[in-house]
Design a protein around this ligand. Structure first.
Ligand code: ATP
Length: 606
């Protein structure tokens, strides 16, 4: 699509957004803009009438035009405040709708790929920035533009009546400024794109330096100054880019400004001569001077507003691109229903790599998780276990092969429905800065307010007593960073690593009707007694349910119906514990090594 076509699309989208979000304030802003635009023209004519009436004694009373002029003055001083009020309301409502649509689009992404694509993240950042600010600014500029055009038209007619050639010269003198501003607008958008990655990285450093999660390590390693230096370097680069553009703009704007000033001076000299020759009255001169100033000022404002609107429309293109982007993973127009799991989930010759630049992570994996069965996945660091879990949830699609839910390729299913049939805990599970109840309730948002259910899930992971004893019980914020809905009390708490893991597990267990339970390292942060206890609990919970357990603690997986050993992205062994021990391969070696570690520790203890 051509650049002009994209701008027209952006403009249509902004207008549609404003009409949808705030029809009342939009109509109000347009109305006040027209009235505000007409006032200066009216004031100039009334001034001329007052001056000419005063200069010609014996003519009708000056009172009526003087009172009208005063009225115009009052209206001119009040209206900007009304406009400001309406424009602010318009901005807030449009900003809200734009933000909501943007995050609906982001939330609609099925997979994780776009969140790992720097170009997509830069675009998202620009979309976040301009989604909030750009539509109201475009509306404000467009309204301002319409207003100045009305004012310019009014004064131009006045100038044409006094001297048509002068009117033409004044109008033409603004053309260079207009062209310069449009060129500069394009350069400004180019600069915004250039600095966006730098600004995103700067925000990252700002987050590192200002958050409690990072404060410990930054202090222990004393790397605050190092990070600050990197942040400063990015900011300097951003400033240098902006500085270059500002210098270029100042140079480019000088010549058009000189042309306009020379035209204004010429008009003044002509007017003085015309008064001396008796061609113009004093009132005419007042009208002419205010007309030249208004037309020139208006044209300069127009140039700037055209440029700003142009710039915002180009930026808004990124918002449109993000909100109308095609799906990251294909979903059929009419997906098949994901029914209750009756046979099992199967990975059939699955090959996967994160991108063409990356190496294969899974290489022809064949694996079945039978309905009602417990499968454990073990293997070295980087063997591909978490990647396999992500493919099961359809965060990525296999490059080759398929993942099948009761025989149907999960690409044929509705991803939302598929995920509603699953539950689990990831290795890097979320610790939400929310209340304890909500931290668990989010496991099944239909029951987020079901206190009894939440307490029962907490009890099953041994967390009920701990959470009930918090300052506000389950309503206590599990955060020292935020307070509940802006409350002033700082009684939020930070849980220990193991306690958080139990909360994460309780969240997973809240979805009681899940067909497939995925537990990726569910006990890595627990003390040995808690681990033992949690594994017994999970064993009981998994009984008769389909589950996939990923763990490095081989003692925890020995009860699984099937243990699958992954190495370098390939399944190298599978069977139950006894079969794998008899086979005396990789699993047996790993198991013995862990058992020896415990035995050695026991010997040292004795
Ligand atoms: N988002 C990603 N983008 C690119 N490469 C990735 C990504 N996630 C993982 N990898 C790579 O894929 C390989 C497998 O990682 P994965 O997390 O699946 O291993 P794992 O078996 O779960 O390891 P661990 O036992 O350490 O948790 C690793 O080499 C890792 O660097």
């Amino acid at each position: 699509m051509s650049r002009a076509g994209r701008r027209a699309d952006a403009l249509r989208a902004v207008v549609a957004l404003a009409v949808r979000a705030a029809p009342g304030p939009l109509a109000g802003v347009l109305l006040t803009a027209v009235v505000e635009a007409a006032l200066p023209v009216l004031a100039a004519w009334l001034t001329k009438t007052v001056l000419d009436t005063l200069a010609a004694p014996g003519t009708p009373s000056v009172l009526a035009p003087a009172v009208a002029l005063a009225g115009v003055g009052v209206a001119a001083s009040v209206l900007p405040h009304v406009t400001q009020l309406l424009r602010a309301e318009l901005g807030r409502r449009v900003g809200l709708l734009a933000q909501d649509r943007l995050y609906a689009a982001v939330n609609g992404l099925t997979g994780l790929g776009r969140f790992e694509d720097p170009a997509a993240l830069d675009r998202l950042r620009l979309a976040q920035q301009c989604g909030q600010d750009t539509p109201p600014q475009i509306v404000a500029s467009a309204v301002g533009l319409a207003r100045t055009v009305v004012t310019i038209a009014g004064f131009s007619v006045s100038l044409v009546l006094l001297n048509p050639w002068l009117a033409l010269a004044v109008l033409l003198s603004a053309v260079p400024a207009l062209l310069t501003e449009v060129r500069l607008a394009r350069a400004r958008v180019g600069t915004a794109l250039t600095v966006s990655p730098l600004e995103r990285r700067e925000s990252f450093y700002a987050h590192l330096l200002g958050s409690v999660q990072t404060a410990k390590e930054i202090r222990l390693f004393g790397i605050g100054d190092h990070l600050r230096g990197k942040m400063r370097r990015d900011r300097r680069a951003i400033n240098a880019t902006h500085g270059r553009l500002d210098r270029r703009a100042a140079l480019a704007q000088t010549a058009p400004a000189l042309v306009a000033a020379a035209t204004g001076a010429g008009a003044l000299l002509w007017a003085v001569g015309a008064v001396a020759r008796g061609q113009l009255s004093l009132g005419d001169v007042a009208l002419l001077l205010s007309g030249v100033a208004a037309v020139q000022g208006g044209l300069a404002t127009t140039a700037l507003m055209v440029a700003v609107t142009h710039q915002h429309l180009l930026l808004f293109g990124h918002y449109l691109e993000t909100t109308t982007q095609p799906p990251d993973l294909p979903v059929p127009a009419e997906p098949l229903p994901a029914g209750p799991l009756t046979h099992g989930v199967e990975l059939r010759d699955v090959w996967f790599r994160y991108s063409e630049q990356h190496d294969w992570v899974l290489r022809g994996v064949n694996l079945t998780i039978p309905a009602g069965g417990t499968v454990a996945l073990v293997g070295d660091n980087g063997a591909g276990k978490s990647t396999l879990v992500k493919l099961l949830c359809r965060f990525y699609d296999p490059v080759r092969g398929s993942v099948r839910w009761d025989g149907t390729d999960i690409r044929e299913l509705d991803p939302g429905e598929l995920r509603r049939r699953m539950s689990g805990i990831f290795q890097d599970f979320m610790r939400y800065d929310l209340s304890a109840a909500e931290n668990i309730g989010l496991g099944d948002v239909r029951h987020v307010d079901d206190t009894a259910r939440i307490r029962e899930a907490a009890a099953r992971t041994g967390m009920h007593e701990t959470l009930a004893a918090l300052p506000r019980g389950y309503d206590t914020m599990l955060s020292r960073t935020f307070t509940e809905d802006g409350a002033q009390d700082d009684d939020g708490v930070e849980l220990s690593g193991g306690q958080w893991q139990r909360v994460g597990l309780a969240r997973a267990l809240l979805r009681r009707d899940a067909d497939l339970l995925i537990l990726d390292e569910p006990s890595s942060g627990l003390d040995p007694e808690a681990e033992h206890e949690i594994h017994h609990l999970l064993l009981a919970h998994r009984e008769g349910r389909t589950s996939l357990l990923v763990s490095h603690r081989l003692n925890a997986v020995r009860g699984a119906d099937l243990i699958v050993v992954l190495r370098g992205g390939e399944v190298v062994e599978q069977g139950d514990h006894d079969a794998l021990m008899r086979r005396d391969g990789r699993y047996a070696a790993l198991f013995r090594r862990q058992a020896e570690g415990y035995a050695d520790a026991g010997a040292v203890a004795r």
